[in-house]
Design a protein around this ligand. Structure first.
Ligand code: GLN
Length: 203
């Protein structure tokens, strides 16, 4: 296929870093703020930032329903951190009126790592990724508390407070989400993984 056009939801958050990472992963990247702009892209990234703000602005800009429709119609979407929260069917510790786009059958806990550590970095083995583990940058990050049967777990980190691991990357169909921010590391393999998903979806 020709080079896919991938939008970055540009309401709030680290939009520019994703535009750079997508371009490095050989996609045409452009910001999306309006429904007409959403209609023109093959796929979308929802960036890190503040999910309560992104959610509020998505409603205000008339994007929430178009986003849900595109997700239902199979548009590939990659959400990092706040973007992961936006892709969750259910959230814990959200604001009472906080809406999500949904699409991934998972429950995500907001600011889950934030109570112990505001921010940390760790090496994460990522399913299907060759080479070195991915560097996970976690900034007041959520974790995935539980997933439905159709959700593939791609990465976990050991839990600080028990024997369990915490899920930090998942995929369900054309939807991909990570608790961490590959757009901040200069390692574009997760964006490349997403671009391959977008190309496969177009075939
Ligand atoms: N804590 C933020 C939220 O709830 C997410 C932080 C991030 O995206 N780095 O939206």
């Amino acid at each position: 296929m020709s080079t896919p056009t991938i939008g970055v939801l540009a309401l709030q958050g680290d939009v520019r870093e994703h535009l750079v990472a997508l371009a490095a992963a050989d996609a045409l990247a452009r910001p999306v703020r309006r429904p007409e702009e959403l209609a023109e892209v093959d796929a979308l990234v929802m960036p890190g930032g503040e999910s309560t703000t992104i959610s509020k602005l998505a409603v205000l800009f008339g994007l929430m329903d178009p986003l849900r429709e595109r997700v239902r119609a199979g548009m590939p979407v990659y959400g990092t951190c706040a973007g992961m929260i936006m892709l969750a069917d259910k959230i814990l510790d959200g604001r009472d009126d906080q809406e999500t786009v949904g699409g991934i059958d998972m429950t995500v806990r907001r600011n889950a790592f934030g109570r112990q550590n505001e921010s940390f970095e760790t090496a994460i083995p990522f399913a299907g990724m060759t080479g070195e583990p991915v560097t996970g940058v976690f900034i007041r990050a959520p974790w995935v508390e539980s997933v439905g049967a159709g959700v593939e777990v791609l990465a976990e980190v050991p839990a600080a407070d028990g024997p369990d691991a915490r899920i930090v990357a998942v995929r369900q169909g054309n939807l991909l989400a990570t608790s961490f921010h590959p757009e901040l590391t200069g390692d574009h393999r997760v964006h490349e993984y997403f671009v391959r998903m977008v190309e496969a979806a177009a075939r």
